[in-house]
Ligand binder design. Structure first.
Ligand code: ADP
Ligand code: MG
Length: 399
């Protein structure tokens, strides 16, 4: 398993339940998922040569990258080299891990997304900005989790945004994209033998400034209109097909624009925001287990994708801690005991130093709730989150 961070916890638990022998690779010795693995390998989930040597030496049966985009292509390439079964073709995986390459395929397929341009230097970015107009979102096309993703509200913010995106970019390119207003939605899907199944559509709520694009809440069912929902699901399926995804989990992010749904991106993996756990709690579909089966090349019966309505509302709400070194967490037990609370996850141990919230990895935990509808699930998640308090030692001021 490539990665042992918060985004991989659900899959690690599912692997345990299935009594699989799991080697988890993560460069962070404090990765919260290590305690759930049979073996820990202190190797970056992006260090392809080292991961390939490990997989080969250990004679693994499959490689899975549940929460990290770049590693999705690494898992596909290593599997192909070692002759292991794998849900994704190498080419599809490589398209999926590049926001730029996937856009090119989406364009060929006539799918809708925000207007964007590509730049490798400040002058190109300026020309693009003049053409597109502010506000703009500047992105590193080959990063994820809000790394190298910056909002430029006006000309004065463009240079530093481009600099940051280029510094994070692996390819020396950045994308400059029109900021599209509108609510966001995620389609959580699974492909089986070439057929795309949309399992759930969730509303995504992102953190407010100075953070940008960091998800704080996924709520189900989506509040999209019936037409909007239909269009969104249809585009998600076409997006998966455009990248040649025939097997395994994916999620597709959308902005519900004024003129219809716009694709933000597709990831050919489980969502890193406990998406699989929400789907399992609400719909009884064991998405983590299915992702494992796909990674091992096991046959999957399409019945496994049939929803059994267990709840009519669900919400994953992320916890945010104040900046500083974690001393203790209070209130988690009370929160867990509230009605409708399925799960409270705390990602970090005392001693961990929280940075200000700027990316997905700065989040401190998550609460999963169920309810009679979306509103009740969201309400319960907020109540539970409010009970949880992170006690931190304030960051030392520089002397
Ligand atoms: N063109 C855009 N218009 C409005 N919001 C955007 C746009 N692009 C990205 N965002 C915001 O930033 C978030 C992350 O962007 P995304 O392209 O998915 O990168 P990543 O998830 O890899 O950090 C989106 O979910 C959305 O909230
Ligand atoms: Mg994204």
């Amino acid at each position: 398993m490539l990665g042992a961070g918060p985004g991989q916890l659900g899959l690690l638990e599912a692997a345990r339940k299935r009594e699989l022998y799991v080697i988890a690779a993560d460069r962070d010795p404090g990765a919260p998922g290590f305690s759930l693995a049979d073996r820990r390998a202190l190797i970056s989930a992006e260090d392809e040569p080292a991961l390939e040597r490990l997989a080969s030496a250990e004679g693994v049966d499959g490689v899975i990258a549940p929460g990290i985009d770049w590693s999705v292509a690494i898992a596909a390439r290593i599997s192909a080299k070692l002759g292991l079964p794998h849900p994704l073709e190498v080419e599809s995986a490589q398209l999926a891990v590049s926001k730029l390459k996937q856009r090119e395929r989406f364009a060929e397929a006539g799918l809708p997304f925000a207007r964007y341009a590509v730049a490798s230097r400040g002058e190109e970015a300026e020309a693009a900005a003049t053409e597109l107009g502010f506000p703009l979102v500047v992105k590193a096309p080959d990063r994820h989790g809000q790394r190298g993703l910056v909002l430029a509200r006006g000309r004065e913010e463009l240079d530093s945004a481009v600099e940051r995106a280029l510094a994070a970019s692996r390819s020396g390119l950045c994308m400059i994209e029109q900021l599209e207003p509108g609510p966001e939605a995620t389609v959580i899907g699974f492909s089986l033998d070439g057929r795309y199944h949309a399992l759930a559509v969730t509303d995504r709520r992102s953190a407010s400034a100075p953070a940008f694009g960091v998800s704080l809440e996924h709520a189900w069912p989506s509040s999209l209109s019936e037409t909007g929902l239909k269009q969104t699901i249809e585009i998600a399926g076409r997006a998966a097909a455009a990248l040649g995804i025939e097997q395994g989990p994916s999620y597709v992010q959308f902005i519900a624009g004024e003129r219809g749904p716009l694709l933000v991106e597709l990831a050919a993996r489980l969502g890193g925001g406990h998406d699989a756990e929400l789907v399992e709690a609400a719909l009884g579909i064991e998405l983590n287990g299915l992702a494992l089966a796909a990674a091992l090349g096991e046959p999957i019966d399409s019945d496994a994708l049939t929803p059994r309505s267990l709840a009519s509302g669900a919400c994953t709400s992320f916890l945010v801690a104040p900046e500083g070194e974690l001393v203790a967490v209070h209130g988690a037990e009370e929160a867990s005991a509230l009605e409708g609370v399925k799960r409270v996850r705390l990602y970090r141990e005392p001693g961990y130093v929280f940075a200000p919230l700027r990316s997905r990895s700065d989040r401190a935990g998550a609460v999963l709730t169920l309810g009679r509808d979306r509103e009740q699930a969201v309400e319960r998640a907020r109540e539970a989150s409010d009970l949880i308090r992170f006690e931190v030692a304030s960051p030392r001021s520089p002397t």
